[in-house]
Structure formats: structure tokens, C-alpha cells
Design a binder for this molecule. Structure first.
Ligand code: SF4
Ligand code: SF4
Length: 81
């Protein structure tokens, strides 16, 4: 399941640089996770790095992108081949 950023985002800019898939972009007023690029960090650390650095805990599962770990790994592999 891809993650998404909710309206509590304070646009602190901490998360884009820790994403291994370049899935996060700076938008106004809040940042955006592009679901086609978010693997929940499967393929790298396996722990969502954006959630680790977010000071306001505003990153949550995206209900529109229900994916298995295998699908997330395949997404990661497509992005990094
Ligand atoms: S969970 Fe990982 S891949 Fe997804 S947006 Fe956050 S840092 Fe990027
Ligand atoms: S770390 Fe959290 S508050 Fe900061 S830009 Fe990313 S989602 Fe927004």
C-alpha cells in the first residue's frame, strides 16, 4: 500500500531527501507522495523513511492503493532497473 501525506503536513521539507524512490514532491500547501513511486521503502530499508523523519506524523496509508509486499517489491524493482 502506498503512503499519502494528510493535511497536517507543515511542509518542513524533511521527507523528500530520505525517499529512495524520489516519490515525494514539494507542493503547495502540503507535500505529495506519488503512489506510483512509493514502495513503502520495500526494496530498501523496509521501514517507511518518510514516517521516521516526519515531525507531525502526517503520513498514512493511501486507501486507494492496496498493494501486497510482493507488488511493492515489483514496483521498487521497476523503478530501479
Ligand atoms: S514510504 Fe518510503 S518509498 Fe514511500 S514515500 Fe515514504 S520514503 Fe518514499
Ligand atoms: S516530513 Fe512530514 S511535515 Fe515535513 S514535509 Fe514531509 S510530510 Fe510534511
Amino acid at each position: 500500500m502506498a503512503l499519502m501525506i494528510n493535511d497536517d503536513c507543515i511542509a518542513c521539507n524533511a521527507c523528500p531527501s530520505v525517499c529512495p524512490n524520489e516519490a515525494i514532491t514539494e507542493d503547495e500547501p502540503i507535500f505529495t507522495i506519488h503512489p506510483q513511486r512509493c514502495s513503502e521503502c520495500i526494496g530498501e530499508t523496509g521501514e517507511p523513511q518518510c514516517k521516521e523523519v516526519c515531525p507531525v506524523d502526517c503520513i498514512e496509508p493511501n486507501p486507494d492503493y492496496q498493494e501486497t509486499p510482493e507488488q511493492l517489491q515489483a514496483k521498487y524493482d521497476r523503478l530501479h532497473r
